[in-house]
Design a protein around this ligand. Structure first.
Ligand code: NI
Length: 138
């Protein structure tokens, strides 16, 4: 098995807060990400796909095809959007980096099989200092 990774980027607004909590409790828990009037991040997404190397092409999957797939299924839905309000597959989900990574996995898992690979990892970087990795499952 060989693993290849495609990087894509998107910029989006969000906030982390619970309506059933006070503004103070939201701030204590989520810090600046609880700002009631939203804020943004420049997210960096790494999608890692595993598979066998094709004897004719030398590829696991065609990275430009994978890039197009990620753009079509993920990036166009998230880029320059409000993750809390604009994204059907994030509806009613806390827009933490963890949950965004899981939602991206769910958007891509079956699609990656269609192009002959196996989705291995979603790495989502929210800031230079923080990132999440998700390998599927619980
Ligand atoms: Ni934030």
């Amino acid at each position: 098995m060989v693993y290849i990774t495609r990087r894509e980027r998107f910029s989006a607004a969000h906030k982390l807060s619970r309506k059933d909590w006070t503004e103070e409790k939201n701030y204590e828990t989520f810090g600046k990400c609880s700002n009631p009037n939203w804020h943004g991040h420049n997210y960096v997404l790494h999608v890692t796909v595993g598979g066998e190397v094709d004897s004719e092409t030398g590829f696991v999957v065609d990275l430009s095809v994978l890039g197009d797939l990620i753009k079509e299924k993920v990036i166009v839905h998230l880029d320059h959007k409000n993750l809390n309000l604009d994204v059907p597959f994030m509806r009613n989900i806390m827009t933490s980096t963890e949950n965004i990574a899981i939602a991206i996995w769910d958007q891509l898992e079956e699609e990656v099989k269609e192009i002959g690979g196996q989705l291995h990892k979603i790495k989502l970087q929210e800031t230079e200092n923080n990132y999440v990795e998700y390998y599927g499952g619980k």
